[in-house]
Design a protein around this ligand. Structure first.
Ligand code: GDP
Length: 440
């Protein structure tokens, strides 16, 4: 009587092999790996372009494409076939457990690529933000069709570029798409390249990190194979895949304390509590004790999986599946952070962030996004307006911040969330991105 039945976790703790993970990583390196996002205005041809790339690299087979082509023809939309490759893949994924960041992988001879953010998720900016915060580079798809490029520039082309910049992506490959619709006009290609260069440099990109490739995603010109159109012979630069292969991956924060945002939580054969995500910083190995934030609960790494294979360790930049033990699943949610037990990330409800404004900012309600994590909050103060390039103070306590200006703003959230200096956050309001920048 009065005796409570305590639920005791009697799983034996996993044993650590005490590996020198960074040393193991150095020895294991065989292929370069790089991840990227695909962005651009709706209908610019992102899905078609990715479908074509995967087809020409033999990641998806001709039979699958034929089937889609037939189905597409039946409804009188044969051009949709390639875009369906990706839609189909995302559908298959979504039928299982919930996966927020669609992780598509493909390999060429010297590089293993991860496509972050499925282009199928149209206009889903938070998804793109999560992808961009992890990307080594971006493919910006613009539609060369007369009038379409101009419309795109007013639309998402500009917003996506601003977002990429404020999420720290510095390399952009601009795929000037649908050149088949303008007879492979070199003039049109040059005109668009110039305009895009103009606004990318105004946004703060260095043009040495920006390249332009004239392509037709639909027909596959200059994607994996060089265009055989006589009217396209003026282009002698790299194909899209050559541009992808020549992109250097970002240096990863391997020797920093462990940080990983949880992108999925599920049950698996190995464990009632399995999580996955991409390691943002640091490394981990089987047997490690970790801290889950914001719950502040400890857990152990029972085992790890990389590309469905069991592994003993993992490092920053890898997408990993972790089977956890000795923790109640109620303490672990999508968007939470797992981190180093000795150097954990703190949970805060107020922070200062240096942002690039996309819209007018003033004391107002905002949603704070960092990867999968989001929380309601408000701008409570604007300490200073800053110089865009130098970052020096231009004006103290401005009443408002105009679009395209840089400012230091103070944000307070309704709850404490794991956040720390050096992280990038996006502020949204009414479904629109209003600002993005770096936590101070
Ligand atoms: P997304 O919204 O950016 O993913 O665009 P989609 O891939 O769905 O393509 C939008 C439309 O443009 C579809 O009708 C495609 O067939 C068409 N399209 C895509 N790429 C090309 C291209 O290179 N040339 C032509 N002519 N049409 C294309």
């Amino acid at each position: 009587d009065g005796i409570k039945t305590l639920k005791v976790d009697d799983t034996p703790l996993p044993k650590s092999k005490n590996l020198d993970v960074l040393g193991e990583f150095e020895r294991s390196k065989s292929k370069k790996s790089a991840s990227f996002v695909v962005v651009g205005h709706v209908d610019a041809g992102k899905s078609t372009l990715m479908g074509r790339l995967l087809l020409d690299l033999n990641v998806v087979d001709q039979r699958t494409i034929q089937r889609y082509r037939k189905e597409a023809e039946n409804i009188g939309k044969s051009s949709f076939a390639l875009a369906w490759v990706l839609d189909q893949r995302s559908e298959e994924r979504s039928r299982g457990v919930t996966i927020d960041i669609a992780t598509n992988k493909f390999e060429t001879e010297n590089t293993s690529f991860t496509i972050l953010d499925a282009p199928g998720h149209r206009d889903f900016i938070p998804n793109m933000i999560a992808g961009a915060s992890q990307a080594d580079f971006a493919i910006l798809v613009v539609d060369a069709t007369t009038g379409a490029f101009e419309a795109g520039l007013k639309g998402q082309t500009r917003e996506h570029s601003l977002l990429l910049r404020s999420m720290g992506v510095s390399r952009i490959i601009v795929a000037i798409n649908k050149l088949d619709t303008v007879e492979w006009s070199q003039e049109r290609f040059d005109e668009i390249s110039q305009q895009v260069s103009g606004f990318l440099s105004a946004t703060g990109f260095q043009l040495k990190n920006v390249s332009f490739v004239p392509v037709s995603g639909l027909h596959g010109d200059n994607m994996v194979k060089r265009s055989s159109e006589p009217t396209a012979s003026w282009y002698t630069g790299k194909t899209l895949i050559e541009e992808l292969e020549s992109s250097e991956p970002m240096t990863r924060a391997l020797d920093k304390p462990l940080r990983m945002t949880i992108s999925e939580v599920f049950r698996s054969a190995q464990s009632p509590l399995t999580i996955s995500g991409r390691i943002d910083a640091g490394s981990l190995q089987t047997g490690d004790a970790l801290l889950v934030q914001p719950s502040g609960e400890k857990a152990y790494v029972k085992s790890l999986e990389l590309d469905s294979e069991p592994v003993d360790w993992a490092v920053a930049g890898q997408n990993i599946v972790i089977h956890l033990s000795n923790i109640d699943p109620i303490h672990v949610r999508v968007g939470d952070i797992i981190c180093d037990l000795k150097q954990p990330i703190g949970c805060i409800d107020t922070f200062t962030v240096k942002v690039l404004a996309f819209d007018i900012l003033m004391p107002m309600q905002v949603d704070v996004h960092r990867g999968r994590l989001h929380a309601a909050g408000q701008i409570v103060e604007i300490p200073a307006l800053l110089d865009k390039i130098k970052g020096t103070e231009l004006k103290k306590k401005p009443k408002i911040v105009k679009p395209a200006s840089v400012a230091r703003v103070r944000v307070k959230m309704g709850t404490k969330v794991p956040l720390e200096a050096g992280q990038r956050v996006v502020l949204r309001s009414g479904g629109e991105t209003v600002a993005a920048g770096l936590l101070e």
